[in-house]
Design a protein around this ligand. Structure first.
Ligand code: NAD
Length: 430
C-alpha cells in the first residue's frame, strides 16, 4: 500500500450522487492524494466533464492511451490507414511492415461478414420438449414479429429478427431448451438491440411453451458473424525460406499446444483489440468471442492457418467472429472513436470486421516472423538487408549483392539500397 491512512475503509456509499469535482475532492481526501494527483484527475482532455460523467458510474477522471496509425493495408483492393489504440510498442510497426509485404501480392482478401447476432433465451421447467419445439416452429413468424416491433428503424434498414434456432442442452439443473433469436443488426454491434428483442418475446414464448424463462441475453460467441481474411506473403520479404519454415513450425506448435496457441492468438488480438478500442467498440465482447471460437473443437486452437504456395511463399488465413459496430454504443459519441472511424473510412460494420481480420492476420505474421528469425542470429543481418534490398526495388538477380554491400558499409537502409541499385544498374549499362 503506498498511502497510509488510519481508519481507512472502502465501504463508501452515495459516491455516484456527487458531481465529478466533488468525487475527485473526496478521493483526494480519502486517499490523501497530492495536489499534482488531483490536477491529473482533472485533465479530461477532449472530454467535457458532462460527457465523461455520462459514460460510466463513479467517474473521477479520464485515462489516455496512444493512438497510432498502421499504414500499407490493401484489403479487397481498397487502401486503408488503420487507427490503433495500444500501449505495447512494436505492434503498430509490425502491422505496417507485414501489410507492406502483403501488398506485393495484391494485399488481403477479406470475405463479406454478415451482421447476424444471437440472443439466447433460456427455457427451464419445460413440461414437454417436443410440444414446446413444435409450438415455437408453428409460431415462428409471430415471435419474429413481436421482436421486430422493438426496432422499426432496423427493419427499415433491412435488418431485424430473421430466424430462430432451438437447442436442447443437458445441465446439472436438468434439461433446458435454448432458443436463439437471430437478428440482423446491420451496422451496430447489436447487444442492446437483441437483448431488448429477447425480453420482448419472453411472455409470449413462456405461454406457448409452458416453461419458465430466466436469461435473455446476447451471445458473444457470434458464429453467424464470422470474418475471414487471406493474404500471400513473399518468402524473400519475410526473410527467406528459413524464416518461412520457422513460421510454419511455430504454427504447428500452436495447433498442437494450447499454451502456445494462447500466445499465438494474443498476438492476433494485439491488432484487433487495438482497432476495437480505437473505434469505441467493446473489447471484452470481441475477445470473449475470439477465444471461445478458438476452443469450439474441444481444444484451444490458433485462429490463423498457414501454408505454402507453389513458389514457397507463405499463405496466411484467419477466421474469427467479429461483432463490430460503426453506430451505437460510444462509436459516434466518443470524439476519438468518431475520428478513428473517419480515418478508417469504412461504410459498414462488416467492412470494419474485414479490416480487423486482415489486421489480426498481419499482426500474427509479424509476431511469428520475429519469433522465427530471432533464433537465426547468424543470418539476422543478412535477412534484414535482403528484405530492405527487395523493398528498395532490387530485382532477384541483384538482391544478394545489394544486401552484402549494405552489410559491408553498415548502412542497412532503403535509401542506401536505392543508391546501390542505381550504381549497379549504371555499371551494368556500361
Ligand atoms: P445501441 O443500443 O446504441 O443500438 C444501435 C442502434 O443503431 C439500433 O437502434 C439500430 O436500429 C441502429 N442501427 C443499426 N444500423 C444502423 C444504420 N446503418 N443506420 C442507422 N442506425 C442503425 O447499440 P448496440 O449495438 O445494440 O449495443 C452495443 C452496446 O451494447 C455496446 O456498447 C456494448 O458494450 C453493449 N453491451 C454489450 C453486451 C455484451 O456484449 N454481452 C451486453 C450488453 C450491452
Amino acid at each position: 500500500m503506498n498511502y497510509e491512512l488510519t481508519d481507512f475503509s472502502s465501504d463508501i456509499s452515495g459516491f455516484y450522487k456527487l458531481s465529478l469535482e466533488e468525487r475527485q475532492r473526496q478521493l483526494v481526501k480519502l486517499l490523501n492524494l497530492s495536489q499534482e494527483e488531483f490536477e491529473l484527475m482533472r485533465t479530461l482532455g477532449y472530454f467535457s466533464p458532462a460527457q465523461i460523467d455520462r459514460l460510466i458510474e463513479n467517474v473521477v477522471g479520464s485515462y489516455q492511451l496512444p493512438l497510432g496509425i498502421a499504414f500499407n493495408f490493401k484489403i479487397n483492393s481498397k487502401d486503408y490507414v488503420i487507427p490503433m489504440v495500444i500501449e505495447e510498442p512494436s505492434v503498430v510497426a509490425a502491422a505496417s511492415k507485414i501489410a507492406k509485404i502483403a501488398r506485393e501480392n495484391g494485399g488481403f482478401v477479406s470475405e463479406e461478414v454478415k451482421s447476424i447476432m444471437i440472443s439466447q433465451i433460456q427455457l427451464t421447467n419445460v413440461k414437454d420438449f417436443d410440444i414446446a419445439k413444435e409450438n415455437i416452429a408453428k409460431n415462428k413468424q409471430k415471435i419474429l414479429d413481436i421482436a421486430n416491433e422493438q426496432d422499426p428503424l432496423l427493419n427499415q434498414l433491412g435488418g431485424g429478427a430473421k430466424d430462430l434456432e432451438v437447442r436442447e442442452i443437458e445441465t446439472r439443473k436438468g434439461k433446458m431448451l435454448i432458443l436463439h433469436l437471430l437478428v440482423d443488426v446491420r451496422d451496430a454491434m447489436g447487444a442492446n438491440i437483441v437483448n431488448t428483442m429477447a425480453e420482448s418475446v419472453t411472455p409470449y414464448i413462456e405461454g406457448i411453451c409452458n416453461a419458465k424463462i430466466y436469461l435473455r441475453i446476447v451471445s458473444n460467441l457470434t458464429t453467424h458473424r464470422i470474418a475471414k481474411s487471406r493474404a500471400v506473403f513473399d518468402k524473400d520479404l519475410l526473410g527467406g525460406e528459413e524464416v518461412v519454415e520457422g513460421i510454419l513450425n511455430a504454427y504447428e506448435f500452436a495447433v498442437a499446444d494450447p499454451y502456445r496457441a494462447t500466445t499465438h492468438n494474443k498476438g492476433i488480438m494485439n491488432g484487433i483489440t487495438a482497432l476495437t478500442l480505437a473505434t469505441g467498440n467493446d473489447t471484452r465482447a470481441i475477445e470473449a468471442g475470439a477465444h471461445a471460437y478458438a476452443s469450439l473443437g474441444g481444444q484451444y486452437k490458433p485462429l490463423t492457418k498457414f501454408d505454402l504456395d507453389s513458389e514457397g511463399n507463405l499463405i496466411g488465413e484467419i477466421e474469427i467472429p467479429l461483432a463490430f459496430g460503426i453506430i451505437g454504443g460510444i462509436t459516434r459519441s466518443h470524439p476519438m472513436a468518431r475520428l478513428a472511424l473517419k480515418i478508417l473510412n469504412v461504410e459498414s460494420s462488416g467492412e470494419l470486421a474485414q479490416v480487423a481480420a486482415a489486421l489480426g492476420l498481419a499482426q500474427n505474421v509479424g509476431a511469428l516472423r520475429a519469433l522465427a528469425s530471432e533464433g537465426i542470429q547468424k543470418g539476422h543481418m543478412a535477412l534484414h538487408s535482403r528484405n530492405i534490398a527487395k523493398l528498395a526495388g532490387a530485382s532477384d538477380e541483384i538482391i544478394e549483392e545489394v544486401a552484402k554491400r549494405m552489410i559491408k558499409d553498415k548502412k542497412i537502409r532503403v535509401d542506401y539500397a536505392k543508391e546501390i541499385i542505381e550504381l549497379i544498374s549504371k555499371s551494368n549499362n556500361l
